[in-house]
Design a protein. Sequence first.
Length: 292
Amino acid sequence: MKLSRRDFLKLLGISTATLGVGATMAPPLMSPRRSAIPVGPRHSKGVLIDTTKCVGCKSCQIACKQANGLPDDRPVALSATTLTIVDFCNISRKADTPEIRPVKRQCMHCEDPACVSACPVGALVKQENGCVTYDENVCIGCRYCMIACPFGIPKYNWDSANPKINKCAQNCTANKKRDKPACVSACPQQALIYGDRDELLKLAHARIRENPTKYVNHVYGEKEVGGTTMLYIAGTSFEALGFRVDLPEISLPQLTWEAQTKVPWAFFGMMGLLSGIAWWTHRHEHDKTKDE
Ligand code: SF4
Ligand code: SF4
Ligand code: SF4
């Protein structure tokens, strides 16, 4: 995706404005951890979520809590103690006849994650297997990852005396030597399939091709923000299921990097990178406010 002149100028304006503030506010350790340099090919693992098979039993949500030692607090949204949630979306356009579709949500484990680029201390790391891990012992609680994430995933632990963020890091697989994430193992409907991302994409497209009336022709996560390792297929529009459909196909760190290379003297360091990402992440909110 190319930057339009209008987008580029907006990005430039916001970043230049924040640079002055950022330069004085930035802690000494703040430097781009992993600049938005093009990502090489990975052998990412991932999960294909077939929302047409999901029955909303919440077994995945409960298994995630158990595997991560988190309290079963009857959650209604993602939080620092709920790393995966089953949402119930009403896709009906008629107020008197609701049509409910359950959708599991969690970190998308992006291929080129904005949270990793924004984190000044390297608490978030993109692993070779595709997982975006999180180390609370390194985290300083600055919340830049929350600003940068286009999916609103990292959540702050407001109740803690030493608050940090939390998100799905598939620690339940890595730490417990499971062969797949706990949520996948718990699903009784095979709505969640763990495997190589490339193979999952082939499977997703095959299902769509063979059942064109059952699925919409879109694998969510194949291209959004440069690709994610959590992939979704669905029988109704992703917008109706509450997914962001305004995201660019280029990753946000890469997008900011492109702008940075056009005006190197104006875009440097963490604040340029972060403000560029933050503008892309939140611009739909500004557009929505303008429309209302
Ligand atoms: S969804 Fe957000 S928190 Fe998860 S890897 Fe992508 S940018 Fe990071
Ligand atoms: S709050 Fe987020 S960005 Fe800040 S140190 Fe922790 S993981 Fe990194
Ligand atoms: S365990 Fe499977 S069927 Fe049950 S809510 Fe989770 S994804 Fe849906």
